[in-house]
Design a protein around this ligand. Structure first.
Ligand code: NAD
Length: 485
């Protein structure tokens, strides 16, 4: 198949590619060039209702489709993502501003592996049985919930979209999904792939539009029985406020302000190489980036000197150029937000060690939204810069005296998504991992991921953690059946 990014993106409802009912569109801007890349449907409740109707109509058929058949279709989708990696990666780069090589190497392969993982996972899914000696046997039926809503953000567009859709479909649900209005193209191309793969009409419906206009209509609809959401803590809070009184099942994967804790006895070269990545990959727009670097006092000067020197070599460049380490940030709104956070850091007394400014490129990217990777020191743990999520190419460095102080600093945040610990002392690594209040801890590594493990955060970073089996379980309703013997 030949995946072509169109001028006008269409909704995918009941197996049909269709314009929004109200005829309205939003400009989708390529942040690396400033040019309009496509028009995105500005869908509203009418499109959402049509999508929910299609999903409800498909549910009896899809929930009764043998698991092996569901596996085959989802596996085919995975294969088609692999076959079309170049078109998908280019679409993602044009939507998002991230380097093309990153999209090809990480985002799109991971989107494919989401489908493959959950397609095969459902083939091996089992439920519990509890034996009450000679009195009774209880067994748990896990049945698909019905029509579920999946809403995703712009930073890893296809990867996070498929991370929700794949387990929901594998478990036998029908889905109404909304990608971010800022990065809609790969979700549109996924609808072409689903048609090609033979996914029955109405099983997956993709409605494009804004959070207030379209996402909130999905969340509030009484026929949507579960919501899997990834995005900001602000939107997560709004969604929870609407969904909780309706007793909807909720999975919220939200923001982060992750500590990267570096002890003096770390493997220096590995720590430095990985810390550069965990600080600035995807222009720092990964919820798992280590945006607060905490360094043991005895190596603070050495670390800062080398880290800053190496960050200075991270030049911003055209995302289509294989040599670009840093692409554009995703939108003008986000660009302004990140720059205002840097201004705030200065007001709070921070010292900019490198970066801190917008970057103007020549040629094709002359109107692009580029920000130099920025390192800030001299700020205390409670200032806004160290408490609030920036979600851009900005990190702070803070020194600590000992393990207790490192833990104190790490746990100061209201967020608790992930943390990284660098030390060769296994006992200390385990101690610190036990006491850091985050859902994911990496010891001497970053972003390594076994899809079977739980994923998600503590505190303001979310609830209803999913991961491998957890995601398949999230998208089912457990029912206990008790047979008296
Ligand atoms: P966002 O919350 O603005 O939007 C996310 C999605 O929700 C978009 O599709 C948006 O249209 C929709 N939306 C917004 N308000 C809504 C509402 N009231 N009801 C329903 N839908 C609504 O987030 P963003 O700016 O797109 O993404 C960045 C945020 O996502 C950051 O905070 C980042 O940390 C977080 N994130 C978290 C994870 C994780 O796994 N924890 C992963 C990636 C990104």
């Amino acid at each position: 198949m030949n995946l072509i990014a169109p001028d006008h993106i269409a909704n995918y409802i009941a197996g049909i590619l269709q314009p929004p009912i109200n005829g309205k569109y939003i400009d989708n801007i390529n942040p690396a060039t400033g040019n309009v890349y496509s028009a995105t449907p500005d869908s509203d409740i009418k499109d959402v209702e049509e999508a929910i109707g299609a999903a409800r109509a498909a549910f009896p058929m899809w929930s009764n489709t043998p698991v092996e058949e569901r596996f085959k279709i989802l596996n085919r989708i995975s294969q088609l993502i692999d076959d079309n990696i170049d078109s998908l990666a280019l679409a993602e780069t044009n939507d998002n501003g991230k380097p093309l090589w990153l999209s090809k190497r990480v985002d799109i392969p991971r989107a494919s592996s989401n489908f493959r993982f959950f397609a095969t996972g459902i083939m091996h899914f089992s439920t519990e049985s509890h034996n009450m000696e000679d009195k009774a046997i209880n067994y748990t039926l896990r049945q698909p919930i019905g029509v579920v809503g999946c809403i995703s953000p712009w930073n890893l567009p296809l990867y996070l979209f498929t991370w929700k859709i794949a387990p929901a479909l594998a478990a036998g649900n029908c889905v109404v999904a909304k990608p971010s209005e800022v990065t809609p193209m790969t979700a549109y191309l996924l609808s072409l792939i689903c048609i090609e793969a033979g996914l029955p009409d109405g099983v997956l419906n993709i409605v494009h539009g804004t959070g207030p206009g379209c996402g909130s209509a999905i969340v509030a609809h009484p026929e949507i029985k579960a919501i899997s959401f990834t995005g900001s803590t602000r939107a997560g809070r709004e969604i929870a406020a609407v969904a909780a009184p309706m007793f909807k099942k909720l999975s919220l994967e939200l923001g982060g302000k992750n500590p990267n804790i570096i002890f003096a006895d770390c493997d220096w070269d590995k720590m430095m190489h990985t810390t550069l990545q965990s600080s600035f990959s995807n222009q720092g727009q990964i919820c798992l980036c280590g945006s607060r670097i905490l360094v043991e006092e005895s190596i603070y000067e050495k670390f800062t000197h080398e880290f800053v020197a190496r960050v200075k070599k991270f030049t911003n460049g055209d995302p289509l150029d294989d040599n670009s380490r840093q692409g554009a940030v995703v939108s003008k709104m986000h660009f302004d937000k990140v720059l205002s956070c840097i201004a705030l850091a200065k007001e709070e007394g921070g010292t900019i060690l490198t970066g801190g400014n917008a970057v103007t490129l020549d040629g094709r990217c002359a109107n692009g939204l580029f920000i130099a990777p920025t390192v800030i020191e001299g700020l205390g743990p409670h200032c806004r810069t160290n408490m609030e999520e920036i979600f851009g190419p900005v990190v702070t460095i803070q020194p600590f005296k000992n393990e207790d102080e490192a833990l104190q600093l790490a746990n100061t945040s209201d967020y608790g998504l992930s943390a990284t610990i660098w030390t060769q002392d296994v006992s200390r690594a385990n101690r610190v991992a036990t006491h850091v209040k985050s859902g994911i801890i990496w010891i001497n590594c970053w972003l390594l991921r076994d899809l079977r493990t739980p994923f998600g955060g503590f505190k303001n970073s979310g609830v209803g953690r999913e991961g491998g089996w957890d995601a398949l379980r999230f998208f089912t309703e457990p029912k206990n059946v008790c047979i008296e013997l």
